[in-house]
Design a protein around this ligand. Sequence first.
Ligand code: SF4
Ligand code: SF4
Length: 209
Amino acid sequence: MHEEIIHTDSTSKEKQNYVMLELGSTPAYGWPAFKQVVKRTVNGELFVGLWITLKEMGKTLFKGGKHTTMYPFEKMPISPRYRAIHNMLRLLESGHYRCIGCGLCEKICISNCIAMETRYDENQRKEVSEYTINFGRCIYCGYCAEVCPELAIVHGGRYETASEQRASFSLFDDMLTPIDMLKQQQEFAGFGSVTPNADAAIKKTPLAY
Ligand code: SF4
Ligand code: SF4
């Protein structure tokens, strides 16, 4: 049995429906409480619960219906836009790293955790001699990946950042795509990259010629 009450708020004029349930009285102790326990047990409610538990256990064991993930052996997929440990990418054609040492990521970093040094090589081309990100300070805001004009730095999916040595994952070479893994480097993946349909999404300006 239930009674439906329609409550009208005069200011918002919105209708809200409340359903009032008839729960009856609940004896807390003594003979009435004992009688209620016996009544519920004899009615089989206890066994209904046990049957549901056994049924779910059977599904889990024999029909592959488990709901848990055996982390760290199994991992849930994460969003391609997830901002985890950074990756430094290489040019697919030459294998050289993409970073041109412009310093924009270092300037925009609001945690001041990027440090880099550049120098001129023998051909008077600028090269990155030092590049580190202090992941103890990084807040994974993504600004560095967004500002990079060369798509050289993006956020990867490596979210397990625990380490005994904080410096062990902050060096340029640790973030750089290994040269033997160049073929597996995805163009363009990770937060900070262009989206796969970027060309289609760009609108031509009225003055395009
Ligand atoms: S993600 Fe943000 S805090 Fe971390 S290095 Fe990039 S700009 Fe700095
Ligand atoms: S913004 Fe990009 S290209 Fe410029 S220094 Fe940073 S990683 Fe290198």
